[in-house]
Design a protein around this ligand. Structure first.
Ligand code: ADP
Ligand code: MG
Length: 284
């Protein structure tokens, strides 16, 4: 059975009113899919996402996480799918990525240095790199079909979706970020920022896609956090940092990741998930 859509990381199968989402082990950085894949990454991320979905009070798209209970069409390899597949409610996807930033880092930091603002939001002067923000910022982006997602102002989002819907998305996205951040803090992990996706289902906005994983968020080990420097991270920043040490120009196919980097990245993903969920990583 062929996927209906193959994203950078996940394959989507249409089951009528439901979707089967399968997280592969593919890893992308700078909009390129890297080689080789990171073994088990899809399982680790799926289990972490499922953990959050079950903990967060907001309604979400999950219908089934147990492969044996999915009633899947023939022609799908259950062994390969176990632990990395979920059946979800098929939604009309809100065409904006709901980004919430709790720390001044990455593109937000670059923007602040250049303009004193983050995505058009005025900020106090004198903030340092990786500073914790007093109030998390909601900085939406469009979901580009190809190429980079583009940051847009809240006003642009409001004019596309209506002010009430845009406000609801901002409020609920910030709420989820704060709930995740506060829980992660009890496990020694800082969630610096995150990207959420929402969908319409039966007239309601529900949380879809993945939630609070190292692919959609920046995770930092709290004990290594220092204001003023970019902390080491659990997410693919590790892979990005490696790529920055090579001569790759980011406009041509990327260099192959060395075995050492692949293995360390795998362990970082597993460690982050185990610390957060408090459970050893399971194969299914
Ligand atoms: N419940 C849902 N209903 C409809 N689409 C969804 C749902 N959950 C996730 N999706 C979509 O499935 C795709 C997941 O694949 P992914 O590899 O993340 O793609 P991308 O390369 O666009 O990030 C995304 O386009 C996401 O918007
Ligand atoms: Mg995605």
């Amino acid at each position: 059975m062929e996927p209906t859509r193959s994203g950078k990381v996940r394959d989507v199968y249409d089951l009528g009113d439901r979707l089967l989402l399968v997280a592969s082990d593919r890893i992308s950085a700078f909009d390129w899919i890297l080689e080789p894949a990171i073994p088990d990454k899809g399982r680790v991320l799926t289990q972490l996402s499922n953990f959050w979905f079950s903990r967060l009070p907001t309604p979400n798209h999950l219908l089934e996480t147990d492969i044996e209970r999915m009633d899947l069409p023939a022609g799908l390899n259950r062994v390969a799918l176990a632990g990395r597949a979920v059946v979800v409610k098929k939604c009309e996807v809100v065409p904006f990525e709901c980004v919430v930033r709790g720390y001044l880092v990455g593109s937000g930091w670059k923007d602040y240095l250049a303009t004193g603002e983050v995505c058009g939001i005025a900020m106090p002067p004198g903030l340092s790199c990786a500073a914790r923000l007093e109030r998390p910022l909601f900085t939406p982006a469009t979901k580009a079909e190809t190429g980079h997602d583009q940051n847009v102002s809240f006003a642009a989002m409001a004019s596309a979706l209506g002010t009430e819907v845009a406000q609801e998305l901002a409020r609920r996205s910030i709420e989820i970020y704060e709930q995740g951040r506060d829980f992660a803090a009890t496990r020694g992990i800082i969630i610096a920022d995150t990207k959420l996706e929402w969908g319409w289902h039966d007239g309601q906005l529900i949380l879809i896609d993945e939630v609070l994983t190292p692919d959609s968020s920046r995770f930092w080990p709290a004990d290594q956090y220092r204001v003023g420097s970019n902390p080491p991270s659990y997410d693919k920043q590790f892979v990005r940092d490696y790529l920055e040490t090579t001569s790759w120009d980011k406009n041509s196919p990327p260099p192959k990741l060395p075995t050492e980097i692949v293995q360390q990245t795998r362990l970082k993903y597993i460690e982050a998930a185990e610390r957060l969920t408090g459970k050893p990583f399971a194969w299914r």
